[in-house]
Write a protein that binds this ligand. Structure first.
Ligand code: C2E
Ligand code: CA
Ligand code: CA
Ligand code: CA
Length: 275
């Protein structure tokens, strides 16, 4: 089993069949969850640290399972990817996030996580187009977050889909930067708008020399390529001071807020902006 955040374990890595019975039960429950309206999006603020203002929210899925309680995404997204259900769940996420964000102040963006499995074929482009059309959300307010693993296979197809998405007017963020694919060549072959520096590098900022050096290096890449840098998993003011001294643009983490239901978005904006 692979370790995930908060000491959780994911038993559902592709090719691993640790608990087949439990896995089958989870799969059955997951297949009914969408129709039974058991998913909800929580939102975590992304803060412009130069001005100390909220500039967007990341949508993070939650599953209210009648059998299991509140299930975090690490416990069901890998299985949903493996059995292909992520396409339908992902479409629900895109439609819901665009609809909810359309009601927010106009300068606030919404960031949506998209799995590599959603990039097969060209259905994702149609889904994004229809989510934007149905919600009336300006495309410039939508950010798609993808991980580096997108760059490993079939990069010609991936690049074609990414360019079609960008042609719709939205922006593309590289999520969990530094944890995946080791070649930086893809930063040249595809114009990402934003890099999200993984929490593991932010954790040791100010204390661990290697974290300082890595964040410094990523900021150098972002500056020279004209890419926005967002620090993930910021939990204290010391990290903010370090990030500001390296001219990092944005930060996200428990320091500002945990992910919260959409009804709390306006309160979170007021609290952070007026502070
Ligand atoms: P991610 O995209 O890297 O999202 C950030 C995760 O870090 C979230 O966990 C968030 O709650 C957590 N986090 C934020 N700030 C802090 C902090 O200061 N300290 C700590 N310890 N953690 C922090 P969450 O919501 O459990 O999501 C986990 C992962 O599940 C996400 O990682 C993303 O890869 C995936 N995921 C979530 N929602 C979706 C979705 O709608 N679609 C897809 N495909 N994946 C999703
Ligand atoms: Ca993300
Ligand atoms: Ca991330
Ligand atoms: Ca403020």
């Amino acid at each position: 089993a692979k370790a995930h955040g908060r000491g959780r374990y994911c038993y559902f890595e592709p090719g691993m069949d640790v608990l087949p019975q439990e896995r089958r039960r989870l799969e059955l429950d997951l297949r009914t969850a969408l129709a039974a309206n058991q998913f909800e999006l929580y939102y975590q603020p992304i803060v412009d640290i130069e001005r100390d203002l909220v500039c967007g929210f990341e949508a993070l899925i939650r599953w209210h399972s009648p059998q299991r309680g509140l299930v975090p995404p690490a416990d069901f997204i890998p299985l949903a990817e493996e059995i292909g259900l992520i396409v339908d769940i992902g479409a629900w996420v895109l439609h819901s996030a665009c609809r909810e964000a359309a009601a927010w102040p106009e300068h606030i963006k919404v960031a949506v996580n998209v799995s590599v499995a959603q990039f097969r074929g060209f259905g994702l482009v149609d889904t994004v187009r229809s989510a934007l059309a149905a919600s009336g959300l300006a495309p410039t307010r939508l950010e798609i977050e993808i991980t580096e693993s997108i760059m490993i296979n079939d990069s010609a197809h991936t690049c074609a889909v990414l360019h079609q998405l960008k042609a719709l007017g939205l922006s593309i963020s590289m999520d969990d930067f530094g944890t995946g694919y080791s070649s930086l060549g893809y930063l040249r072959s595809f114009p990402f708008d934003k890099i999200k520096i993984d929490r593991s590098f932010i954790e040791g900022l100010g204390e661990a020399a290697d974290c300082n050096a890595i964040v410094q290096a990523v900021m150098g890449i972002c500056d020279s390529l004209g890419i926005i840098a967002t620090a993930e998993g910021v939990e204290n003011q010391e990290q903010i001071a370090q990030l500001k001294s390296r001219n990092c643009h944005q930060a996200q983490g428990y320091l500002y807020s945990k992910p919260r239901p959409s009804s709390e978005v306006n309160c979170i904006i007021d609290r952070i902006d007026l502070q």
